[in-house]
Write a protein that binds this ligand. Structure first.
Ligand code: SPV
Ligand code: MG
Length: 537
């Protein structure tokens, strides 16, 4: 896209009648652009009005400047500032031009009156016009000050407004043109276009002529087109429409003491976000901000030996068996760390000294040979308060499994493999589950919960196999601690596994969310599993 100054020049010089829409702040500028306008009129009247002051230079020129800076940033189309009289003499105009260029404003329009100005529609005929020579000095100084050759200075002739005739208007147009003005804005307060048409007829194509049909609004646009005007400015229609909308809304809300009936009549908050470009910020945040570390912790239950591995576990527990030159435990901890989980607790028991990976937090279950999984879990959970993942030292899984659990906001989340019939665990001890619904591709939205868990479920009722990974939210940690501690009073606690605990939680009606998935995990129990695991990594 070309420079805004160049875009404006193209509008000014195009053969067709072009249009500028009034805008008075960033959001109205953006709305005008989205509607399809190729340029904007930063109206002095509208900018004053949105500040709640009169169009009499009550808003300082730097306040106007600040406002149009927002307009310029919020839109990609050229803006012509209604620069009133130039806020002073030649010196003020040249400083204004420099400041406008710095803010990527394409053009300024200055009118041949005196500072402080009065709006043309308030007692126009009593308004004093600037001395022609003095006004020309404003134009010359402005043109000399501009750095970009395409910046435009439009001169607005108020001769008709002030009650002077056509000849005064033409005399001024001539002088301003001579002084370097890029176009004439001929203003009229009449309800018919006679003045501007008379001017255009005499002026011809000496330079482009801009009109503001606020008062002669009933003139068909085709007439302006046919007469060869360069640009028509719809000068105040955004501020007027917003005033009406705000007045109606304010009245309705006040009278009903409610916002219920208005809700669907007004722009949604989401629409505000869209206009503000919130989505771009989200993308930028993902790009620039450091990735947040989660405060989540992990428990890895790794106390057992793994007898089925034979001599591989003579001197070390099976979690330390190397798979592609790193132990299984290191592979598992790496997955957690890559997920932002750095506080990792490992429950060790058999040959505990062999587990010596730095920066892990170790919890010892010295009764590992006479206790089972739940005793190890109890020792670990005692030390934990935050969101926690728990898995086994002999279960490998792909990293996305953690994301799958993160997608759910439930307090307890289990990953369940629907392909349990193909599992390497088929025929050996496996944690089978029955859920509130079997897996179905038709079900995309219904949440599914655990009904029952165990190694000896009736085949017909099995919906899947628990992969040995669970996510526990911090909110529910106190309850989990209480329940494990209560179970630990029982005689059979030493033989209890995690599936017994899951079954217990089902019995006390604690919802456990189930996430169905297939494969991409491995329970490493045998030597064949070790070979499989090496390929898996
Ligand atoms: C403005 O919009 O501020 C103008 C046009 O200067 S008018 O109000 O018609 O004078
Ligand atoms: Mg104005």
């Amino acid at each position: 896209m070309s420079k805004k100054t160049k875009q404006f020049r193209e509008l000014l010089l195009s053969k067709d009648l072009e249009f500028l829409l009034e805008a008075h702040n960033g959001i109205s500028a953006k709305i005008g652009e989205e509607a399809g306008f190729k340029g904007l009129w930063a109206s002095g009247l509208a900018i004053s009005a949105q500040y709640g002051v009169r169009d009499s230079n009550e808003a300082s020129w730097t306040q106007v400047l600040e406002n149009i800076e927002f307009m310029s940033d919020a839109s990609n189309i050229p803006i012509m500032l209604d620069g009133d009289t130039g806020y002073g003499n030649f010196n003020n105009v040249r400083r204004l031009v420099r400041k406008l260029e710095q803010r990527d404003i394409a053009a300024v329009c200055i009118e041949d009156k005196l500072y402080p100005k009065t709006n043309s529609f308030i007692d126009g005929d009593k308004q004093e016009l600037a001395d022609i020579e003095e006004f020309c000095s404003r134009i010359k100084a402005g043109k000399d000050a501009q750095i970009d050759d395409d910046f435009s200075i439009i001169t607005r002739i108020e001769a008709f407004i002030a009650g002077w005739g056509l000849s005064e208007a033409l005399k001024r147009a001539e002088a301003y043109h001579e002084a370097g003005s890029d176009a004439i804005l001929i203003h009229s307060a009449k309800s018919d276009p006679s003045e501007i048409l008379a001017f255009k007829k005499e002026w011809g194509d000496t330079s482009p002529v801009i009109v503001v049909p606020t008062k002669y609004y009933s003139t068909p646009t085709e007439v302006l087109e046919q007469e060869g005007f360069s640009i028509a400015i719809w000068a105040n229609h955004m501020i007027r429409s917003s005033i009406k909308a705000m007045q109606e809304s304010a009245k309705q809300i006040f009278e009903s003491s409610s916002i219920l009936t208005i809700e669907n009549e007004i722009a949604s908050v989401k629409e505000i976000f869209r206009l503000q470009g919130v989505s771009e910020l989200k993308e930028a945040e993902a790009n620039y901000l450091p990735k947040k570390e989660t405060t989540a912790e992990a428990i890895i239950l790794a106390a057992s030996r793994g007898e089925a591995m034979g001599s591989l576990t003579d001197d070390q527990p099976k979690t330390m068996i190397p798979l592609k030159n790193k132990s299984m435990l290191e592979h598992i901890t790496e997955i957690y760390r890559n997920h932002g989980v750095n506080n990792i607790h490992v429950v060790r028991g058999y040959k505990k000294k062999a587990i010596n990976i730095p920066e892990l937090h170790y919890i010892d279950n010295d009764d590992f040979d006479v206790t089972s999984e739940l005793s190890s879990f109890q020792k670990a959970i005692e030390q934990i308060d935050g969101d926690t993942y728990c898995s086994f030292g002999d279960v490998l899984f792909k990293p996305y499994m953690l994301d799958l659990m993160d997608d759910s906001e439930d307090d307890l989340v289990l990953l369940i493999d629907t392909q349990w019939r193909d599992s390497v665990n088929k025929g050996r001890a496996a944690d089978y589950v029955k859920c509130s619904q079997p897996h179905s591709r038709a079900n995309y939205t219904d949440p599914i919960f655990l009904d029952s868990a165990g190694e000896t479920l009736d085949e017909e009722s099995i919906h899947g196999e628990w992969m040995g990974i669970i996510k526990i939210s911090s909110k529910i940690i106190p309850l989990i601690k209480n329940e494990v501690n209560a179970l630990s009073k029982g005689e059979d606690f030493h033989s209890m596994k995690m599936h017994h605990f899951l079954e217990h939680l089902c019995k006390i009606k604690q919802p456990i969310r189930v996430v169905y998935t297939t494969g991409n995990w491995l329970d490493v129990d045998t030597l064949e599993d070790v070979i499989r695991a090496s390929n898996f990594i």
